[in-house]
Design a protein around this ligand. Structure first.
Ligand code: SAM
Length: 275
């Protein structure tokens, strides 16, 4: 059996008694950093065997853990902090365990993203978890572009030395006046939640260089509302554009941007109308 066990993101009081019981009773604990997990266990008087399982050895060590479980051993997986699988290794082992018909259960603990979201004061009904953006280049630009399209609160993880870069980029992508919450050192002594716009954050962090661990919650950009066009008017408009010699592709693009409708669906509609 595989146990996914949450550990504190700062405050040791958040280490649940069930997490402690499970980590004491399983046959082996797979962890990212044996020294770090060793210290956590030592603090709580837990003695058990540790097995190194991290981003760089997960493909070779995953099958070893699966074999142990197939032989009937119970394995617990912990990350350095928070829940395994959330921006930490875990996902692959869970998939492997499921493929091998092994039982998987979770002992939930704190997650920095959710802790930040509930403290943010922003909309919590729907949210998008982004985690870390790719560090640079076009993969990063693509994700920044994608963020402009979301209609729900976005949750981003970022390292303190890269925070100003992120804030400047968010300004460039139109988020300057968007509300945000910069959640720092959650559950720790110097916990701070800065509820400001992105422009205000730029000013603040220029004066006070960011330190510690951060989660950023960001409210979405207002999305363009499409024009409401009746089917009849739409057909007239399409025919007019076609008579002017516009290609089906260009008509679809134009109507999609005017109405907010899906470009592929509009394209198919035009083809059907004009045949
Ligand atoms: N598995 C973790 C979880 O459940 O949230 C996330 C691990 S991820 C490798 C580390 C990132 O999580 C940090 O860079 C920071 O963005 C965020 N984080 C972790 N602990 C935090 C804390 N106490 N306060 C603010 N952010 C935290």
């Amino acid at each position: 059996m595989l146990y996914l066990v949450g550990t504190p993101i700062g405050n040791m009081g958040d280490f649940s008694s069930r997490a402690q019981e499970v980590l004491s009773s399983v046959d082996i604990i797979a962890c990212e950093d044996t020294r770090r997990t060793g210290l956590l266990l030592q603090n709580f008087g837990i003695e058990n065997k540790l097995f190194s399982y991290h981003e760089h050895n997960k493909f070779s060590k995953g099958p070893v853990l699966i074999d142990m479980m197939k032989q009937g051993l119970d394995v617990a997986l912990v990350s350095d902090a928070g829940m395994p699988s959330i921006n930490d290794p875990g996902e692959d082992l869970v998939k492997l365990a499921i493929e091998n018909d092994l039982d998987v259960t979770a002992v939930p603990g704190p997650v920095a993203a959710i802790t930040a979201l509930v403290l943010s004061g922003l909309d919590t009904t729907k949210f998008h978890y982004e985690g870390f953006l790719p560090s640079e280049g076009s993969p990063r630009k693509k994700r920044l572009e994608a963020l402009t399209k979301f209609e729900e609160t976005v949750i981003i993880y970022e390292a303190p030395h890269r925070l100003m870069k992120l804030i400047s980029e968010l300004q460039k992508y139109g988020f300057g006046s968007s509300k945000a919450a910069f959640c720092r050192e959650l559950t720790k002594k110097y916990e701070q939640v800065l509820r400001v716009t992105i422009d205000e954050a730029y000013e603040y962090f220029t004066q006070t260089p960011p330190k510690g661990e951060f989660v950023i919650c960001l409210s979405p950009l207002p999305q363009k509302q499409g024009e409401d066009i009746s089917e009849e008017d739409l057909d007239v408009l399409i025919r007019e554009m076609s008579d002017k010699g516009m290609s089906t592709k260009d008509i679809a693009k134009d109507i999609a941007s005017k109405t907010g409708r899906n470009k592929k669906e509009i394209y198919a509609y035009i083809v059907n109308l004009l045949q």
